[in-house]
Design a protein around this ligand. Sequence first.
Ligand code: NAP
Length: 285
Amino acid sequence: MAALILDGKTLAKQREEKLKQAVAELVQRNGNRVPILATILVGDDPSSATYVQMKGNACRRVGMDSIKVELPQDTTTEQLLTTIDELNQNPDVHGILLQHPVPEQIDERACFDAIALAKDVDGVTTQGYGRMAMAEPAYGAATPAGIMQLLEHYNIELEGKHAVVVGRSPILGKPMAAMLLNANCTVTICHSRTANLVEHIKQADILVGAVGRPELIKADWIKDGAVVIDAGYHPGGIGDIEKSTPQNKLAERVAALTPVPGGVGPMTINALISQTLASAESAMG
Ligand code: NAP
C-alpha cells in the first residue's frame, strides 16, 4: 500500500490561517502593537540568506513583523553578543533567531546561549533545551518541534515505538531525540561514530534522518511499515534518505514518509512563527 505522505506544506498553510487570526486578535487587544521576530544573519551564505528571508516572509503572511539584522562575515563573537544583548533589551522584539551556521571565528554556542530564554523562539539555548528535555515549559528547537506537530497532525502513534534518530546536532538530532523520548518512544541516537548503523536503522519504527548527507541512508535499510522523516534539504525529492531505487520502492512499503521538499522545511518555519506568537502573547498578555 502507498505510504501516507506527511504533507508539511499543506499543514503549515492551514496552521498559518489560525496564526493569522490569533495575531490579529492580539494586535487588536494591544493597541496595534505587532509581534516582532528579529532575525540575525551573519555573513554572506546564500542558503542562510534564503532561509532568513523565508522566515521573515512567513512572519508577514500572518501579520507579524520581522526586524532583519545583517552582520558582515568578519563579525566577532563580542560584536554578535552586543547585537543579541540589544535585541534582548528591546521590548518590541518578542523572538530572536540567530541563523545557523555562523562564520567559524564566532563562538556559536556562546551566542545562542546569550539569547534571553523568553525570546528563544528557535529553541537553541542550553537552558531551553534542558527545560524541554525535562518536559518543563520551553520553546522547542524549531525543526524537531515542527516534526512533532506533523506527527501529531497525522495521528502517528509514538508510544512504545522504537525511534531511531540519525544525527545528534544541538539544533536537530539531540532535541528530536528528547522530544520523542518525552512522547514515550524508545529512542536510539546514531552519529558518525556509531557502529553498525545499518542494524540500528533496520530496527526503526520511526526513523528520523538528520545527517545532512544525501543518500547516506539507503531505502533498503528501512523496515516495512516504518514512519520515515527526512530532515534533509536537498531538492529534487532526495534528501538524507534515498527514497526509492529501482529494486526497492520505499514509498510503496513504509507506513508514512515526509516529502522533500514540502515536509519538514515548512513545519520548521511554522514552529518558529508559532513560538514567536506564543512569546508575544506572554509578553503582551
Ligand atoms: P550537522 O550539525 O552537520 O549534524 C549532522 C549530524 O549527522 C551529526 O550529528 C553527525 O555526527 C551525523 N553524521 C554525519 N555523518 C554521519 C554518518 N556517516 N553516519 C551517521 N551519522 C552521521 O547538521 P544539522 O544541522 O543537524 O542538519 C542535518 C540535516 O538537516 C541537514 O541536511 C540540514 O540541512 C537539515 N536541516 C533541515 C532543516 C529544515 O528545516 N528542513 C532544519 C535544520 C537542518 P557527529 O555528531 O558524530 O559528527
